[in-house]
Design a protein around this ligand. Structure first.
Ligand SMILES: Nc1ncnc2c1ncn2[C@@H]1O[C@H](COP(=O)(O)OP(=O)(O)O)[C@@H](O)[C@H]1O
Ligand SMILES: N[C@@H](CCC(=O)OP(=O)(O)O)C(=O)O
Length: 379
């Protein structure tokens, strides 16, 4: 079948209007049946809707869960095992099956897919981050649809992102997407679980719009995070300048047509630099510094740099360039940032002005301990 041209499909409208690049994440619950196994029909509908999105001129990056769920039945598991090794085994089988189906179905629209399996290391380490981004850019440049999942077969507990909603938000940032769609088996974020009579929240413009939302009850047991991980991921995207929409996979074609469905998290503020997002959401803090009230205020209200004069104690064994947590007197997190000095250097700098430090400690001690550009202040 020949695909129709983008022009004939018409431009995107609604929340996706003007979106040049869209990350779409589909959860396991939308791809597999409760008995396990891939639902051919659901998968086919999703791929057709993604192809329609492409034909309307948007580049599509597809984050697909479902590897573990799709691998259960072939390996004889009656339900999702709780141990990591069995989940890894199921994922190796299921991921192959899923990719086979995707390649086949996208080909009907003249589209080629490329599998990209990531671990948190690929996103956390800045050098890997750049590698992943380069590969994805090239794939998109060649007109292919990247199909992304966590590399479950090798992702141990320590290096696991663990939930694909978060993975999708991080990927959206990585590829500088304009929009993120999180698709599940429920049409929107509701005030509470659908079985408890939840009603749709159409827009989350600020955190307080979620005050009345109860999202802790899990879904079917096929997916992992429930609504809570979607809310966190959509908020992460919106905070870093990417509009997010939470709806069901069934409504994807309505979204592509510009209909008012799901829960929209409009982008709040400008796109964040990669380093700040890394610090805020990914970096593994190697230590902490407690600061006095004046320094905590300067960071929180003026987004200033952390000077040695405001530091009252230091903990951990970090070296210059490591991420550290900056805590106020009471121990509440103020910011995360990259220390310009080793932990061992900080005690003799504490309480001194930058000018004194340079005069008394010599060359190399004339910089703030954490520069504002290398810091993400916690909202
Ligand atoms: N406030 C809520 N609004 C919508 N769904 C909710 C809410 N609280 C809990 N849920 C449950 O979360 C489920 C979606 O999460 P999950 O099953 O993990 O999906 P996925 O596999 O798509 O990631 C819904 O099917 C629903 O049962
Ligand atoms: N990487 C795992 C999915 C993890 C996950 O977050 O699942 P889901 O809640 O269905 O999006 C898999 O492919 O099975």
């Amino acid at each position: 079948m020949e695909p129709s041209s983008p022009a004939s499909a018409g431009p995107l409208t609604g929340p996706l209007a003007a979106a040049r690049r869209v990350v779409v994440k589909v959860g396991s619950s939308s791809l597999t049946s409760e008995q396990g196994g891939i639902s051919e029909r659901a998968l086919g509908d999703i791929v057709d809707a993604l192809a329609a999105l492409r034909l309307r001129g948007a580049e599509v990056v597809f984050v697909s869960s479902g590897a573990i769920a799709a691998g259960l039945a072939p390996l004889g598991f009656a339900r999702r095992p709780s141990d990591l090794a069995s989940q890894q085994a199921a994922a190796t089988v299921g991921q192959g099956l899923l990719m086979h189906r995707y390649a086949e179905r996208f080909a009907r629209h003249g589209l080629v897919v490329g599998q990209v399996l990531l671990t948190s290391e690929d996103l956390v380490r800045r050098s890997h981050h750049i590698n992943a981004s380069r590969a994805l850019e090239r794939l998109l440049g060649l007109g292919a649809v990247p199909v992304i999942n966590e590399n479950d077969a090798v992702a141990t507990q320590e290096i696991r992102v663990g939930d694909n909603d978060r993975l999708a938000a991080l990927v959206a940032h990585l590829v500088k997407a304009d929009a993120l769609l999180l698709l599940s088996d429920v049409d929107a974020v509701l005030t509470r679980h659908p079985d408890d009579g939840g009603v749709r929240i159409p827009v989350v413009a600020r955190e307080s719009d979620l005050d009345a939302v109860e999202a802790s009850r899990p879904g079917t047991g096929i997916g992992t995070g429930g609504m809570a991980t979607k809310i966190r991921a959509a908020s992460l995207a919106a905070d870093s300048g990417i509009t997010a929409l939470v709806t069901s996979a069934r409504r994807l074609s309505d979204v592509v047509r510009g209909e008012d469905v799901g829960t929209l998290f409009p982008a709040r503020g400008p796109r964040q630099p990669a380093r700040r997002l890394w610090l805020a959401h990914l970096a593994d803090a190697r230590g902490s510094m407690r600061v006095d009230d004046g320094a905590a205020r300067a960071l929180r209200t003026r987004r200033g740099s952390l000077l040695a004069a405001g530091i009252i104690s230091v903990e951990g064994d970090f070296t210059a360039g490591d991420a550290v947590e900056i805590l106020d007197r009471e121990g509440a997190l103020v910011a995360r940032g990259m220390s310009a000095y080793d932990a061992a250097d900080v005690p003799r700098m504490m309480g001194r002005s930058t000018a004194d430090m340079a005069a008394e400690l010599g060359e190399g001690y004339d910089r703030p301990v954490v520069h504002a550009d290398a810091m993400a202040v916690v909202a």
